[in-house]
Design a protein around this ligand. Structure first.
Ligand code: ADP
Ligand code: MG
Length: 277
């Protein structure tokens, strides 16, 4: 089924990003609600390249844990848009601000869904490279889906992680700052696992965990915290399973960090085996 752009009515704004806006839209024909990510005309070349990469990846993916893309539009004057499934509970950053912090069972449920999405992507040679709370979307069924593939890479023989464009560095793994550490020979997919670890820790403690609460995340203090400090740890009240799970995500040396496939079998997730989707 194709949905003509002229049938879409804009109902409001869901989010802003670099060079683009995400709108809540309604198909006037079916009344169905969607999200429409629009990259405005006149946006710079980098943003255009990113949106084409995002389209390329969304067209290749088919997973309940990756946001679904239904249509893409390109107007002759250069505005590009992606029609996606609407995730009506926002993203994990807004969810955390609304709910305060999350409990172990809630966190295990969210984590399992993200890991299923990541293992799907990694199994298909896609590295997301921008895993963070605002790129993980939620709906009213508490389904969590990975979105925003603007920084992603499809790994083939010519891919070079060292050249990957860096948007925000707060969730970036140590080896992305210094790709030549450990001989430069590492599995790029593990960069997403570090970012997942930082994300989950943020959801648990309620603030960005690599810097003291309230500190402005400027580039030098982030770089020092990520590359030179020990990995962050949870407060003593946290459960052993959760502490160990996050430790497995936050090994600074990527060669010992757990993969998405391994983490799905971790005792923290086994303990809260929920309804399997
Ligand atoms: P950017 O590249 O600008 O960061 P994102 O794809 O991350 O763009 O979207 C920005 C924000 O818009 C997200 O953090 C989310 O809050 C909202 N958003 C994006 N896609 C959807 C969607 N499919 N459903 C609901 N909200 C969305
Ligand atoms: Mg984003």
């Amino acid at each position: 089924v194709t949905i003509p752009a002229t049938e879409l009515e804009r109902l409001g704004v869901l989010g802003h990003g670099n060079g683009g806006t995400v709108y809540k839209v309604q198909d006037k024909c079916t009344s169905k609600i969607y999200a429409l990510k629009v990259i405005h005309d006149g946006g710079d070349e980098t943003n255009r390249r990113k949106v084409y990469k995002e389209i390329d990846i969304l067209r290749k993916t088919d997973s309940p844990h990756v946001v679904r893309c239904y249509e893409t539009y390109e107007k002759p004057w250069g505005e590009v848009a992606i029609l996606m499934e609407y995730m009506d509970a926002g993203n994990l950053d807004t969810l955390r601000r609304k709910k305060g912090t999350l409990s172990d069972p809630e966190l295990a449920d969210i984590t399992r869904q993200i890991l299923k999405g990541l293992s799907y992507l990694h199994g298909n040679k896609i590295i997301h490279l921008d895993i963070k709370p605002s790129n993980l979307l939620v709906n009213d069924k508490m389904q969590v889906k990975i979105a925003d593939f603007g920084e992603s890479m499809i790994m083939d023989r010519t891919s070079d992680l060292c050249n990957s464009y860096v948007g925000t560095c707060a969730y970036m793994s140590p080896e992305r700052f210094d790709p030549n550490a450990n001989g430069g020979n590492y599995n790029g997919f593990l960069a997403d696992i570090w970012s997942l670890g930082v994300t989950l820790m943020e959801l648990y403690v309620g603030h960005f965990p690599l810097l003291p609460a309230g500190k402005k995340p400027d580039w030098p203090s982030l770089m020092c915290a990520i590359c030179f400090d020990d990995p962050p740890t949870l407060p003593p009240t946290a459960s052993d399973e959760l502490c160990n799970f996050l430790e497995c995500c936050l090994h600074k040396d990527p060669s010992t960090r757990w993969t998405a496939f391994q983490l799905l079998e971790h005792p923290f997730l086994i303990k809260y085996t929920a309804n399997d989707d």
